[in-house]
Each structure stands twice: as structure tokens, then as C-alpha cells.
Ligand binder design. Structure first.
Ligand code: NAD
Length: 249
């Protein structure tokens, strides 16, 4: 991006969110980090400031609509505008559980955080972006939002829904200056991946990926920064897989 924009990143306390907050800051932007774990969020802010970047952490549980609205309000109070948002916070829920054994509690939790929270984030972000003439939203989906996987039924359905929200919002705001896109990461080395993939599972997954390896949070961050860049002024409603070629097969 050519000028210092104000960027909001949810789930910024770890993994892809933390790496993306750092990437936006390194590109010269002012970054608002949101998450539930203040100690970790403040540590990312310190790391950004140590490199000369500008960042602020606000605690927020994205599954709470009031906290999401307050987050956007505080962003506007602090920096006066919102240019881009990365709706990244997500949970994997109960993975490797057979379809017919998935619980209603797991469905509700996964859809609350992965789908309804993304909708609520966009509902709060769009008016703020319209105030300043437009902006860019990037949602974090998954390759599990593009194709099916054994044992990931509820998570996969939630990520298909994120892609649905992305495409529909893109159409609604296409003439109002707001672009809405998604990234669909493949296996990425983060706390989430650690939770469901031991060394043996990692080896199996690597054999399924054309590049033969998992990705890094920084490799996803690059795609998010690219999608949010106003230079990509004709790119909207797209889902960019960052997956070592997995979905090209
Ligand atoms: N790691 C992968 O292989 C992979 C692959 C595809 C998609 N993703 C997606 O990437 C995103 C980031 O995950 P990650 O891999 O960096 O793992 P992660 O667990 O490090 O990050 C998820 C972040 O979301 C936060 N979060 C969860 N619920 C929240 C809530 N209610 N309110 C606020 N924050 C909340 C967590 O605290 C955490 O910081 C998720 O949406 C995930 O589904 C990850």
C-alpha cells in the first residue's frame, strides 16, 4: 500500500493473525490487534513497536456482537478511520470426529466463532469503511471451505459459509468502494495445527501437498496484505488458496 492505512486484525494474538498484523505494520500501516488473550496481544504490539511500527491491542471476543461493535468504535476513536480488516479469528472445534457423532454444542460453538462472528465483524466494519469512501475486507476461510475432508465436517461447513459471506458481501458493496475477498490456507504451522496434527499426521498431510510441506503464517500474511492493497482495485469476491498447490490437484 502506498500510504499508512488503518488495519484491524482479529485473532491477532497468535498464528496467522499475529503474523499478518506484523506484516501490515512492516508495510507501514497502523494496526489494531483484537483478541481475547491480552498478554499475548500486547506482546505482539511490543514486537511491532520494537521494529518501529504502530499498533494497538483491544481485547475482544468476536463471538460477542457488542464487543465487535465496540472494537470498531475504539478503532475509529483512536485512528479516525478503518481502511482494511482481516477477519481471522477462528476455531477448529471437534475435528476427527465422525459426521454422525458431531454434537450440537460443537456446531454452535464453531458456527458462532467462524461464521456469525465474521458476519458481525463485517456488519460493524462496512459502515466505518463507507464513512471514508471504501476499504478492503479479507476473511480467513480454509481449503476446508473449498473441498471436503474426512473428520472435518462442521469446521469445513463453517468455512464454506465464510466463503459464501465473502462472495455475497463482495457483490453488495462492489459499487461502494469496499472489496471483500478471502484467503483459504492449507496446512499452516500454528497453535491450531499443533492441536490436531502430531508428527505422524503432519507427515501424512505433507504427502498430500504438491509442495510436500506445510506453510508458514508469514506465507498467508503475504497474501492477505496483497488482497488488502488498494492497488488490487479490481479484485473482489475472490478466494485465494495459500496451500502449496493442494487445491490445484
Ligand atoms: N493453521 C491452519 O492450518 C489453518 C488452515 C486453514 C485456515 N486456518 C484459519 O486461520 C485462522 C487463524 O488460525 P491459526 O491457524 O492462526 O490458529 P490460532 O489458533 O493460532 O489462531 C486463532 C486465533 O483466533 C483466536 N480466537 C478464537 N476464538 C476467538 C474469539 N471468540 N474471539 C477472539 N479471538 C478468538 C484465538 O485465540 C487465536 O488467536 C482461523 O480462522 C483458522 O480456521 C488455519
Amino acid at each position: 500500500m502506498s500510504e499508512s492505512n488503518v488495519i484491524l486484525v482479529t485473532g491477532a494474538t497468535s498464528g496467522i493473525g499475529a503474523a499478518t498484523a506484523k506484516a501490515f505494520a512492516a508495510a507501514g500501516h497502523r494496526v489494531v490487534l483484537a483478541g481475547r488473550r491480552a498478554d499475548k496481544g500486547l506482546a505482539v504490539v511490543d514486537a511491532i513497536r520494537a521494529e518501529g511500527g504502530e499498533a494497538t491491542f483491544f481485547p475482544a471476543d468476536v463471538s460477542n456482537p457488542e464487543e465487535v461493535q465496540s472494537l470498531v468504535d475504539k478503532t475509529l476513536e483512536t485512528y479516525g478511520r478503518l481502511d482494511a480488516a482481516f477477519n481471522n479469528a477462528g476455531v477448529e472445534g471437534d475435528t476427527l470426529v465422525p459426521f454422525h457423532e458431531q454434537s450440537a454444542e460443537n456446531y454452535r460453538h464453531v458456527f458462532d466463532v467462524n461464521v456469525e462472528a465474521v458476519l458481525n465483524c463485517m456488519k460493524a466494519q462496512v459502515p466505518a469503511m463507507l464513512q471514508s469512501g471504501g476499504g478492503a475486507i479479507v476473511n480467513n476461510a480454509s481449503i476446508a471451505g473449498l473441498v471436503g475432508f474426512n473428520g472435518m465436517s462442521v469446521y469445513g461447513a463453517s468455512k464454506h459459509a465464510v466463503i459464501g459471506l465473502t462472495r455475497n458481501a463482495a457483490l453488495e458493496y462492489a459499487q461502494q468502494g469496499i472489496r471483500v475477498n478471502a484467503v483459504a490456507p492449507g496446512p499452516i504451522e500454528t497453535e491450531m495445527y499443533d492441536r490436531f496434527a502430531n508428527d505422524e499426521v503432519r507427515e501424512q498431510i505433507n504427502t498430500m501437498v504438491p509442495m510436500g510441506r506445510s506453510g508458514t503464517a508469514e506465507e498467508v500474511a503475504s497474501a492477505v496484505v496483497w488482497l488488502a492493497d488498494p492497488a488490487n482495485s479490481y479484485t473482489t469476491g475472490q478466494v485465494i488458496a495459500v496451500d502449496g498447490g493442494f487445491t490445484a490437484q
